[in-house]
Ligand binder design. Structure first.
Ligand code: SIN
Ligand code: FE2
Length: 217
């Protein structure tokens, strides 16, 4: 009886927590592989450095970005898009490491999207004060595939709204190792990140790194 109780409590803990229809949070799912993921990021930014991109409206983003995979998300004065070539280096983006693909596929499968295969990973680096205003991810060709978002380093408050910009977003604390998956009816939900607070993380110091996996092509 007691054992039953404990077993079901453990089960409840390992269940993905729903953020709404089509959206789940897998607490700590990336924690066991964080060091491997971050070593891969280090190697990647030697090849395609983090940079502050410009929005079509001419604003410099406060989040530093780079990509890996067959396609990378970019923004400049001419718009938002995916490109196979890093405009900073003139070369293809670094390949997506298997530790990235494995994590993204297994998180998506846990969330109910078993055939997800990412071809793009946007790497976002936040330092205190950096923020991402509410937006939809809609430069991908196929909205049937979900978005898988991995948080590492300093905690952040994730804003997760609805399909209309006017819906008041939920404020979801995201900690090191948390993975959020949204797809299906939530695929085009507005989301963003409030300005990062000062802090120190044992692996990342004064920063937060977010990996966002997409099927772009
Ligand atoms: C994004 O929307 O691309 C990033 C979200 C996050 O940093 O948690
Ligand atoms: Fe996004």
């Amino acid at each position: 009886m007691l054992l039953d109780l404990f077993e079901s409590a453990a089960e409840v803990e390992s269940q993905p927590a729903a953020l709404g229809p089509g959206a789940v949070i897998l607490r700590g799912a990336a924690a066991p592989t964080a060091a491997v993921l971050l070593a891969a990021v280090e190697h990647m930014i030697d090849q395609s450095p983090l940079r502050f991109m410009t929005t079509p409206g001419g604003y410099r983003m406060s989040v530093a970005m780079t990509n890996c995979g067959a396609a990378g998300w970019i923004t400049d004065r001419s718009g938002y898009r995916y490109d196979a070539i890093d405009p900073l280096t003139g070369r293809p983006w670094p390949a997506m490491p298997s530790a990235f693909t494995d994590l993204a596929c297994s998180a998506a499968a846990t969330a109910g999207f078993s055939d997800f295969r990412p071809d793009a990973c946007l790497i976002n680096r936040y330092e205190p004060g950096a923020r991402l205003s509410l937006h939809q991810d809609r430069n991908e060709r196929d909205f049937n595939a979900p978005i898988v978002s991995v948080s590492l380093g300093l905690p952040a408050v994730f804003l997760f709204g609805g399909t209309q910009r006017s819906a008041r977003p939920r404020r979801v604390p995201l900690l090191h190792g948390d993975v959020v998956v949204w797809g299906g009816p939530a695929r085009l939900n507005f989301h963003g990140v409030v300005p990062l607070k000062e802090g120190h993380h044992p692996l990342l110091g004064r920063s937060r790194v977010n990996l966002t996996f997409r099927k772009a092509l």
